[in-house]
Ligand binder design. Sequence first.
Ligand code: SF4
Length: 319
Amino acid sequence: MTLVETRALTKHFPIGRGQVVHAVDDVSIAIDEREILGLVGESGSGKSTLGKAMLGLHDKTSGEVVYRGESLPARYGPQDFQRHAKRMQMIFQDPYSSLNPRMTVGEIIGEGLKLHTKLRSKEIRDRVADWLKRVGLEPDHMSRYPHEFSGGQRQRIGVARALILEPEFVVCDEPISALDVSVQAQVVNLLDELKRSMGLTLLFIAHDLSMVRYVSDRMAVMYLGSLVEVGPANDVYFAPKHPYTELLVGSNPAPDPESERKRVSTTIKGEIPSPVNVPAGCRFANRCPKVMDRCRSETPQLLPLKEERTRQVACHLFA
Ligand code: SF4
């Protein structure tokens, strides 16, 4: 059953003189209950903006976000944040800058409970202590400050802060990219374990395709504000259809040395076009090795493949 869905969601940022940045254009995607949807793409492809717009952290330019069948407001007021904080949360990329350095870890993790519940101080402290244990920290870490922790520990604090309200839907915005490689797997395994025990639904945004494949049920690939491919994570990773996905997978180092030796490395040539002057037709045409004449004038739609209905691709090669 679908938990959250975007319908033709568009987010543009005005930059003056009538110009706008096309951060997200016409994105329609549904995430089922207890599903992990991985979202990949180069920097500037609109992944974070899409995640934030789904949570109401960005106003929507047009289109809808539908949560359990209810269309959410285009612009959130304070009462909307109050209402939705308990069911939707975000884990941020940089665990240091997202934690207030003047607050203790106990205050940071317990803040949501203080704002959104009627629990007494003692009950809040007990829940914070419990959550510190659940994310692999110690209850007596409550009285310390963020700078006293390593990057991996700070991300665990960020995870506890996001999950203490027991939300249903969590956007994880590059939750591991600021961490050492050795710590990334620990944080991913923690999220996976909590997802299973709490029945969470996740939008997992990341650069590292092999990590996204590992954690996700399905994978969506975004390019210059639009979705170009969506499908089961293993299928998209091991048998990509869209030329951009093919190049993205080929340019992503494999996690283990054996696979890395066998990998055919590719690079994506050319510059990503400006999101202010989005080209007509296919947005990937200026970098695509398979470009055809029609690609420069006709915009390909994201459509299910005839032979593989669970996979959607936006490319004239498959129309
Ligand atoms: Fe390449 Fe054309 Fe497909 Fe775009 S529509 S990805 S330019 S083949």
